[in-house]
Ligand binder design. Sequence first.
Ligand SMILES: [Zn+2]
Length: 398
Amino acid sequence: MFSLKFNTSKLSQQQLLDIEKKFHQNLTLDMSLKLNVLSLNRTDLYAHALSLFVRSNVHKVLDLSVSQLLDFLIDVADKYTEAPYHTFYHAVDIVTILYYLCHDLNADMYLTDLDKSILLVAALCHDIGHPGFTNSFQINTKTELAGKYGETSTLETYSVHLTMELLSKHNTAHSHVVRDTIKDLILSTDMAYHSELIKQADQLVHLVEQARKSSSNKRKHSTSTTLMPPTTLSAESRTSLCRILLHAADISNMARPWVISKQWSDLIVQEFFSQGDEERKRKMTISPGMDREVCSQPSISLKFGQLILPYFESLVSLFSKSHVFVDFLVANRTRWERLDQQKQSPAPTITKTIRRVSSDIRATSTTVPTATTTTIAAATATAIKYKRIRLGFRTTLL
Ligand SMILES: [Zn+2]
């Protein structure tokens, strides 16, 4: 039976039992892109996240029992805010996609258990504290967070700070190398690094191909039935690969089955329009893509889809099976184009299901100050960036 040290009052005995039961069931389930974390209630969400971490041996690497790992997950959830999009659900969704990338699309053949553990912890914590207002908003309104964490990647730096505090509280990941890499990965989720990460992906293609060939040759001549360790990629290249995978998962909402993609779009557009409303109230220039009187959900979605397509095309060069993301992106674009033509209302509507699960998870959340957005908002913070996006469109998209 799971027993908690820090969060004894947050879950009832029955909830703990439910988590444990579901966790054991999840250990043998196949992962699929059809899995929608937004359909999970709070206990199922914990069980799901816990099973992904345990299946990836994170507890062994971090030297934590499964109960201690659950305690850590609950504390992480507690530090996520009530922003419409940047919740603990977003964090677990990113962890889910990373697990899929690693295990089903074979990205993990280049990564050690330590690499994967660092990657999953960074993914779980990458938006901790995010208040639903972007880095640009923090800087332009001179928030306390901008003052404290600087004007470069303000919110990601804040998330790093909260993550390190939690790792210390749970007495794990003491190594400087491990902590520095977690920090590196969280900071790299700032959308400002989007183009840089495409370059890193393109640079890795050759090295990954070499590693694949070398690994397959070694396996051919080996009498051992175990997989070869990922010795053919340097530590630096493996960290670069982790950055690329984490960013891919973080921007993958548009590249998912339509029903899931639409739900996440509803949430991010709600968050953007809230910021736009706040900027209007303060008589500020409203950030691109955040003015509910000018922008529509389909137009925002189409622009973001066009922005991320080249990224997923680069990912295909690394892992051919990731073409599934490109396929969903293209199919979803058709849906958004149709909605755009029908001039759908810009205001998104949140389904009862999402509202219910969000309030479930909010029941364990504390109110935390400001933070940023890693998706379209940061990418569209200025008109200049929009211009770059347009220039980056592939002709096949037009
Ligand atoms: Zn994120």
